[in-house]
Design a protein around this ligand. Structure first.
Ligand SMILES: Cc1cc2nc3c(=O)[nH]c(=O)nc-3n(C[C@H](O)[C@H](O)[C@H](O)COP(=O)(O)OP(=O)(O)OC[C@H]3O[C@@H](n4cnc5c(N)ncnc54)[C@H](O)[C@@H]3O)c2cc1C
Length: 401
């Protein structure tokens, strides 16, 4: 495996960094939002992403016939890492999960209507898979869809509830998993695109300990015409699973980890306790050495996913890096929590002060990271689920339940 980026890739990274320097704005970039900085939730953040679209950076890996430039996935990786390192909004949901699924499986109507909007960043989506009794086991989703005719159109009538839908309170469209066949668990789910701003859709906020809002969404007698069904009826779970492979990787970038580690290192280099420099404490030195080693492991695991992605893009007989993505997601998100715990311990009582508190150790970043990283090991498939994937699909161990 080649760990080096090519001269073209390095030149692209430099171009991105320069663009970000020119667009530096605290309303767009905020590292204290940690991993949730990736959502495109304010007018300024939307305008910024629109500019990325005009640079041609939103459809870099899409086919040319849909307005893309057919570049390698490594360019999306470089862009997302640069954005994440500054706490900026990122590409992922629209370009990745929804755009790539529509390109692979969507009908002409959906492609013509949604793909140009995604490239221009004229649309935000919320992803609705989880329900009160369907989280890790997403295939248990129950939101009911039955055949229905309305205003001369055929389609589906929806009733039910979703929970934990991030972005529903500002997004225009809902990427929704529905139950179209109650008798077939995995082959009875259908994906649909549903406008969120309509009677019959009720959105209630849930505030997380990370100070970010997610939502529960109630769907009451909502009609969806057939043309808004994504791909084939009852094949939605297959599409969701394919897209989750992508989500695991793109949603959990490495650069914020390096950035938090640097904050901790700067603190350890300069802080004193009981009149003695922390950097002289042998226990802390060992802890820091271990954290730095593990950060390097996380970085290289990310590069391995990129490498395998590019190989499978070039040769469709090579499967996408499902196992490598799960390993990366598991290790990186668990590491994020270890790093947050260590920052809290090393900074001692002062780390309990809120982020941005003047004179707090590490400007309060330890406490914000501590609160925010809790979601990382849950969203996009909890750690236990990643371990199951590695055990079963990666190591061929039998299912134990
Ligand atoms: C802040 C936040 C934002 C989110 N945003 C979205 C979103 O936008 N869209 C969306 O659809 N969902 C979203 N989610 C939901 C998220 O994907 C689920 O929380 C996650 O899949 C876990 O499901 P659950 O909460 O139902 O927990 P459960 O599935 O009930 O799991 C509870 C515990 O049991 C463990 N467990 C479950 N099954 C197994 C198993 N087979 N083997 C071993 N252990 C197991 C889990 O790892 C976990 O520790 C969000 C969640 C949060 C907290």
């Amino acid at each position: 495996m080649d760990f080096e980026f090519s001269p073209e890739q390095l030149a692209y990274r430099a171009e991105v960094e320069q663009f970000l320097d020119e667009h530096d704005d605290p309303d767009v970039f905020d590292v204290t939002r940690e991993n949730m900085a990736q959502i495109v939730d304010t007018p300024k953040r939307r305008a910024f992403m629109k500019e990325l679209g005009h640079k041609g950076w939103l459809g870099m890996t899409w086919p040319k016939e849909y307005g893309g430039s057919e570049g390698e996935g490594v360019y999306e990786y470089l862009l997302n890492e640069a954005l994440a390192g500054r706490g900026g909004p990122q590409i992922g949901k629209g370009v990745g999960i929804i755009g790539k699924t529509l390109i692979a499986h969507g009908n002409d109507f959906l492609k013509q209507n949604f793909l140009p909007m995604i490239l221009e960043n004229d649309v935000e989506f919320a992803v609705g898979y989880s329900e009160p009794n369907a989280g890790s086991d997403a295939a248990s989703m129950k939101l009911k869809a039955v055949r229905h005719e309305q205003d001369g159109k055929t389609g589906w009538l929806l009733n039910g509830q979703k929970t934990w839908t991030t972005s529903a309170h500002f997004a225009e469209w809902y990427w929704l998993g529905t139950r179209t066949d109650p008798d077939n668990k995995h082959m009875g789910i259908t994906l649909m695109l549903v406008p969120l701003d309509q009677p019959g859709v009720t959105i209630r906020g849930i505030w997380t300990m990370g100070d970010e809002r997610t939502n529960e969404v109630f769907i009451d007698e909502v009609f969806v015409p057939d043309e808004y069904v994504v791909g084939e009826v009852n094949k939605g779970f297959q599409y969701i699973s394919q897209a989750l492979d992508l989500e695991r990787f793109t949603m959990f970038t490495y650069s914020p980890i390096q950035q938090r580690l640097d904050v901790l290192l700067d603190y350890v280099k300069t802080a004193t306790r009981d009149g003695r420099p922390l950097r002289d404490d042998p226990v802390i030195r060992q802890q820091i050495a271990q954290l730095c080693t593990q950060a390097e492991v996380a970085r290289v695991m990310g590069l391995k996913v990129v490498d395998e992605t590019v190989k499978s893009e070039h040769d469709r007989s090579i499967p996408p890096p499902t196992i490598a993505s799960s390993k990366y997601k598991l290790f990186t998100t668990e590491y994020s929590r270890r790093l947050a715990n260590a920052s809290m311990d090393i900074g001692a009582p002062g780390t309990q002060l809120r982020v941005r508190t003047e004179d707090a150790p590490m400007e309060g970043r330890a406490e914000s990271t501590y609160r925010y990283t809790v979601i990382d090991t849950i969203g996009g498939g909890a750690s236990e689920i990643q371990k199951n994937i590695i055990a079963r699909r990666g190591l061929g161990l039998p299912k134990n339940f």
